[in-house]
Structures are given as C-alpha cells and as structure tokens.
Design a protein around this ligand. Structure first.
Ligand code: PMP
Ligand code: GLN
Length: 381
C-alpha cells in the first residue's frame, strides 16, 4: 500500500531486550533506566503544580521559569550567557529534540557524520529526512575519536556531525583536545553540530564535561541537546531541551510547533522549582561513581574483560570472549535466558552490525539489583 520509509529497521534493541528480560524474569541491566525512585520533592512539586492548575498547554518554547533557571544553570556550569527567551526550547525528550534538529536543516542528499557505535535513533532520523549517514568508527577498544577518519569523511555534502559526550554506549568522555579538533575541522565550513549531552552530569573520576557551549565557535553552529530523564532519574517523563543560537532556535521552533507544539506543563513547573537546588545534579558524579565501582567490584572475578572503566554515562562495556564465541546478540540473548541477566549487544549501535563481542551493562540500578545480577552471573565461573 505504501513504501516503508525505514525498510531496514526493526524494533529497537532496547524494547527487544527489555521484553526478553521480562519474559525470562531476568534482571534487566539492558535498557538504560534507573530502578529506584525519583526525588519525593520532585513528586510533591508535580502534585502541587497540578493542584495549582498548571494542566493546560505551556507556551510553545517552554515555560519561562524553566528556561530562565536553565540559563542560570548553563552560566554557572559553563560560564556562557544563553538567552532563555530565544535560545532555549523545552522538548518532549532528547530523542524528539534530536529528530527536530535534524528536520530543521536537512535536505535530501545531505550527509551527516555519525561516530559509531552510536545511539540507535540517529541514523533512522537522518534517513527519514532523506539524508545520508556517513559512519565513522570510533577507536577500538577505548572508543576515542579517530580525528583523521572524521576529517577524511568530510565532503562538499557534509551538512552536520552528531556527537555524544559522555558517550552511550561506550562510556567515553570527550577531552578538551577532542573539542579543539572538532573546532578545527569545522571552522571555515558550514557544518552544523548536534551535540547530544544528555549525560552531562555523569562524568566520573573527577572528569569535567566538555560541553560545546563552552566553545564559542562551536556553540555558534550547534544544537545542544539535554534530557531531564537522566538528571532526575525519570526516563519515563520524556522531557528535555535544546540550546541553540537564536537563528537556529527560530527554525527549530518552526518545526517543533508543528510536530509537538509544546511539552507537558506540570513537569516543567516542577522541574523549574527543583533546579533551584543545584545539589540535585552536582551530586550525580559521586552517586554514579559509587554505582560503577560497586558493579566493577562485584564482577571482578567473573570471566568478563573490562577494557576500560566507564568514564561517564551509566553504562559499562564488557568483553565476554573468555565465556563464549557467540556473536554479541546471541550472547546477550543466551545470558538473559540462561543466566537471568539482560544486557545490550554493542553491534546494535553499528549500522553494519559490526560485532566486537562486547555487551553493555546499565549500572543505574539499586545496589541490591547489581548484587543479585552479579550473584546470578557466578554461574559463569
Ligand atoms: N541520547 C542518548 C545518548 C541517550 O542515551 C538517550 C537515552 N534515552 C537519549 C538521547 C534520549 O533521551 P530521552 O529519553 O530524553 O529522549
Ligand atoms: N537511552 C537508553 C539506553 O541507551 C534507552 C533509550 C530507549 O529505550 N530508547 O539504554
């Protein structure tokens, strides 16, 4: 009846593995979401907002109180002045913001550089806009950026590059040198940047988050995307925002107003209040460092290979070559069905299914969940 716009796309690996986990009563360390409660204060603020009557459409770019406090937060963190009226747009999640940003500027035939492994929505978003993803592999096994390869991938058709730091799924955190390289290769070009910074507050071992907002030349060509789902342990809320210079935000809002129009109101009111307490997000590195350390300690005698500890995000990669020769998808299915622990195979983040025999564990879980998962995996010994 009609031609599929995504003929080569199946169901996202996150749905597949979470479903399998539930069918086999496996501990779900696959899809990235916390299994602990959100802040009671945040719940109270949402309730209050609903009782106070904040239940109708919010202004199209988001409620001013939220945009204002985000501008303050950006100034505190990155010492950059962002105009909340013209440069911040609240969106129904980061995935939505990324799609909207692509749709804002992509024309048929444009090329977008994607560094792989990459979050699985990027390439379908590019394809849906009639553009072409040009995939550049990150370096194995640390997943640092191979800047020569990025340079080599640039052509006259390159419209944009999408970057992600801290990185899902590898846990790599970009350095200031990475940012300088990005600046160098994009200066004197019209290349736009989509910077997916949803894990901005999850940098571990004293690392700093390098936001493109800190770099004037980069910021001038960037859509920078964030998600409250990660900051407040509420992935099901689907609420985020896009920071971009006025001219880019203006076009972004033209698209946003006709695909979503606005973002749910009581959550915005509540988030604006909670953000006044900076402790809520400044304690995240410490919180997640403890989770990562606990998890690594729990699995240290198991036959996994940790090529690199997660530097950021809430994901830890592990090699399983001492356990099995299966491909990573088959191995992740086997681990779910036979050991009772669900993970994500990394090949799902590569357009060609490139398989480095790695799986991803999500450690944003209660300590008791991580302990139980490690206990089950002792059967691997
Ligand atoms: N980008 C990355 C790298 C992510 O890991 C996620 C997590 N879901 C998102 C974007 C999407 O965030 P949201 O749930 O707000 O759409
Ligand atoms: N970001 C989460 C992850 O990487 C899940 C996102 C999703 O389910 N679409 O696991």
């Amino acid at each position: 009846m009609f031609q599929s716009k995504l003929p080569h796309v199946g169901t996202t690996i996150f749905s597949v593995m979470s479903q399998l986990a539930s069918e086999h009563q496996a501990i779900n360390l696959s899809q990235g979401f916390p299994d602990y409660m959100i802040s009671p204060q945040l719940m109270a603020y949402v309730n209050e907002a609903m009782h106070d009557g904040y239940n109708q459409y919010a202004p199209m770019p988001g409620i001013p109180a939220l945009r204002n406090i985000l501008a303050d937060k950006i100034y505190k963190l990155y010492q950059v002045n962002v105009n909340p009226e013209t440069e911040i747009t609240i969106t129904p999640g980061a995935t939505y913001a990324i799609y909207t940003a692509f749709t804002t500027f992509l024309q048929a035939g444009d090329e977008v550089i994607v560094l792989e492994p990459a979050y699985d929505s990027y390439i379908p978003n590019i394809t849906l806009n009639g553009a072409k993803a040009v995939c550049v592999p990150l370096k194995y096994p640390d997943y640092a950026v191979d800047w020569q390869k990025v340079k080599d991938a640039i052509t006259v058709h390159t419209k944009a590059i999408i970057i992600n730091t801290p990185h899902n799924p590898t846990g790599y955190v970009w350095t200031a040198d990475d940012m300088h390289m990005l600046d160098e290769i994009t200066s004197n070009t019209n290349i736009l940047i989509i910077s997916d910074e949803v894990y901005e507050h999850i940098t571990l071992d004293g690392r700093m988050h390098e936001s493109v907002l800190k770099y004037e030349n980069l910021r001038a060509r960037s859509f920078v995307i964030y998600s409250f789902g990660k900051v407040f342990h509420a992935t099901g809320w689907k609420i985020g925002y896009c920071v971009a210079p006025e001219a880019l935000s203006k076009e972004f809002r033209k698209v946003h107003q006709f695909i979503g129009f606005t973002t749910n109101t009581p959550m915005q009111v509540a988030l604006a209040k909670l953000l006044a307490d900076e402790h809520e997000y400044l304690q995240l590195p410490h919180f997640f460092e403890q989770k990562r350390n606990l998890f690594l300690n729990l699995i240290k005698d198991l036959p996994f290979t940790i090529y690199q500890q997660a530097q950021g995000s809430y994901f830890q990669l592990a090699g399983y070559e001492k356990i099995s020769k299966l491909g990573d998808k088959e191995f992740a299915i086997w681990l779910t069905q036979h050991i009772g622990v669900a993970t994500i195979p990394i090949s799902a983040f590569n357009h060609d299914g490139k398989d480095d025999q790695l799986i991803r564990f999500c450690f944003a879980k209660k300590d008791s969940t991580l302990i139980e998962a490690a206990e089950r995996m002792k059967k691997l010994l």
